[in-house]
Design a protein around this ligand. Sequence first.
Ligand SMILES: [Cu+2]
Length: 167
Amino acid sequence: MKIIKIITTLLLLSSFAYADKNMKIGSKGNLSDVNRVVKVIMYDNYYEPSSFNIKAGETIKFEVVNAGELVHEFNIANKMMHMKHQPEMEKMVENEILFADSIDKDKMKKMAKMDKSMSHSHSNSVLLEPKQKGDIIWKFDDVANIEIACNVPGHYQVGMIAKVDIN
Ligand SMILES: [Cu+2]
């Protein structure tokens, strides 16, 4: 069992390293470069607004609030990356780190020391408990096929996805 777990983890980590180099999703932005602040409210299970119009090259500060009763994620990626991220989130549920309406942050930190995929501190996403707020500053440079979505198990499947138009 342990060996299977290690192999799975290695596969996940290597696929992420690959994704980072080749996926055109932009990069973490600097506060001094912010062109626009966009407020986003997360409900159960959708975003308000449900789509975004972004100019290529723009740096946006997303101020995200979770107004729902469940944990939600605001994750800037593409479909393939969301698909790869979802098993990690399922693993967080299995390990009793992620609950429907809360996150065990101490446990998440402890697990992260053993398994990097559990740290959940990628700069392209925020994972928020009900009533929490979080910011992401993102530079939309050299981007294609971006999708903002929530990878809490089940949420992507019921359509917690926001469309991103780059022009
Ligand atoms: Cu969600």
